[in-house]
Design a protein around this ligand. Structure first.
Ligand code: NBP
Length: 483
């Protein structure tokens, strides 16, 4: 018979995804530009399931049952377009092309539009969990037509990881929705890691705890509300000793964080949408600062003034570990709330109608940000589908209220010690900004009106106004003038 589904692009990700599909009892056609990868896969893992190898794209397409389901797993960008261009002439109306690479959602929107005009379905899907996830069960975030999900969903849900009997895969929304949600997931991952790094730094600097002692702290935190994959592996990394020097591993690693770009994409999109994702932005900028090696060295050589006294003593040290735990939790709530705001804004902008509770559900497994906490987010959106901010949900509002004294103490301590905590402090500033009755934005509007005649609105009347600053200071109503 013909194969149920095909995978083209058999580097680490595609190869593992194909094996995962085969292990679940589906006949999987496999293809790669360089044929040796096809042969290697079948030679090494052919006994795991029903693989149908092809050396040409024509044979590959011919080996698939209709409507054809083709998963492309190649390097994101030009390679994806090259494969699509080659593939499309070989396909027929109703066939489904799936891009499982890390595409930018704007590219996915363009590709979906082009293929739809040719009668084909295009599904851009986020796949999270790296190599291991692809093989053992990733979290899958597919976007595209609902109709295509009918044919594709069952296989994807089959190979996705399961949490409490629920697969970490669901239909996300039309065209770029899946890749958008995957992008924000990665952005949240940046924010989460930055907050963890700040917690580590504050405790190490403030209390002089060793990496091994801090590993114990993170292990303990992993028993409570902070329970997550990232906190778990933080303990592992901190406990690890460098084999050649015997030093704590974290002390032999160059302190310049790299990035592949999805955090930057998230922030770029947030700027366009006008959504404050300060947690993600601070994380991206903190990596950039860490990588500014020349500048850092020049500053270190010259020396720039900082506060005196680097350690916490007595009452200042008391309870500080737990205060940092609470600050981490509150900041994390803010970072996730902001990420979900970005999904909300894009969903409105592009008409995606994304079910936010379901996004939290499918991130519970397979993902780097998998965490106990995501159940709470799901519950919050289940209770109120139109929730304006996660911070308004009773559970989160109370959790942050409980944490806020500790959070303020930690941010103040960081400032006093001169330990940078951009994630903690910007999350708190965001929280306080959101809470404010009147913001100084009123003054900003006044300034804009004076220097640029940009106009303003009044608290006590409808309409748009401008002050005649260079005349008698009287106020003009602007919006009626043109009529
Ligand atoms: P790579 O991103 O390293 O891409 C290698 C694959 O792309 C090979 O199969 C290669 O074929 C193929 N390819 C290239 Br490059 N140019 C091509 C072209 N013009 N025509 C046809 N095929 C071409 O593979 P990966 O690390 O497995 O990642 C695959 C996708 O999954 C990427 O989009 C990545 O961002 C995403 N992703 C990766 C991870 C991860 O942890 N690695 C996690 C989540 C998502 P060849 O063998 O002939 O050179």
């Amino acid at each position: 018979g013909l194969a149920d589904v095909g995978v083209t692009g058999l580097a680490v990700m595609g190869r593992n995804l194909a094996r995962n599909i085969a292990r679940h009892g589906h006949a999987v056609a496999v293809h790669n530009r360089t044929a040796s990868r096809v042969d290697e896969l079948v030679a090494e893992h052919g006994d795991e399931g029903d693989f149908r190898p092809s050396h040409s794209l024509e044979d590959f397409v011919a080996s698939l049952a209709k409507p054809r389901r083709v998963i492309i797993m190649v390097k994101a960008g030009k390679a994806t377009d090259a494969v699509i261009d080659e593939l499309v002439p070989l396909l027929e109306e109703g066939d489904i092309v799936v891009d499982a690479g890390n595409a930018h959602y704007e590219d996915t929107r363009r590709r979906e539009h082009d293929l739809r005009e040719r009668g084909l379905h295009f599904v851009g899907t986020g796949v999270s969990g790296g190599e291991e996830g692809a093989l053992e069960g990733p979290s899958i975030m597919p976007g595209g037509s609902r109709e295509s999900y009918e044919a594709l969903g069952p296989i994807l849900e089959d190979i996705a990881v399961d949490v409490d009997g629920t697969p970490c895969c669901t239909y996300v929304g039309p065209d770029g929705a899946g890749h958008f949600v995957k992008m924000v997931h990665n952005g949240i991952e940046y924010a989460d890691m930055q907050l963890i790094a700040e917690a580590y730094d504050l405790l190490r600097q403030g209390l002089d705890l060793s990496p091994a002692q801090l590993a114990d702290v993170f292990d303990e935190w992993n028993e409570g509300d902070l329970e997550s994959f990232l906190v778990e592996i933080t303990a592992r990394v901190l406990r690890h000793e460098d084999a050649s020097t015997g030093k704590p591993f974290v002390d032999v690693v160059v302190d310049q964080a790299e990035q592949k770009g999805t955090g930057r994409w998230t922030v770029q999109s947030a700027l366009d949408l006008g959504v404050p994702v300060t947690g993600i932005a601070e994380a991206v900028f903190a990596r950039a600062l860490s990588g500014a090696a020349g500048q850092r060295k020049a500053v270190l050589d010259r020396g720039l003034a900082g506060p005196s006294g680097g350690r916490l003593e007595g009452a200042d040290a008391e309870g500080f570990v737990d205060a940092v735990r609470q600050a981490l939790y509150a900041s994390k709530v803010v970072a996730y709330a902001q990420g979900f705001d970005q999904i909300t804004a894009a969903s409105q902008e592009y008409g995606w109608d994304i079910d936010r509770g379901m996004m939290a559900t499918i991130w519970r497994g397979g993902c780097i940000i998998r965490a106990r906490f995501l159940d709470r987010i799901k519950q919050a959106y289940d209770k109120d589908q139109h929730l304006a901010s996660l911070l308004l949900d009773d559970y989160f509002a109370e959790a942050v209220a409980d944490a806020q004294d500790a959070w303020r103490r930690v941010v103040a301590t960081a400032v006093r010690l001169g330990v940078p905590a951009p994630g903690f402090s910007s999350a708190l500033a965001y929280y306080d900004g959101l809470r404010r009755d009147r913001l100084p934005a009123a003054l900003v509007q006044g300034l804009r009106d004076l220097f640029g005649a940009h106009t303003y609105r009044r608290v006590d009347a409808e309409g748009t106004y401008h002050v005649l600053w260079s005349e008698d200071g009287s106020e003009e109503r602007q919006d009626t003038q043109d009529q």
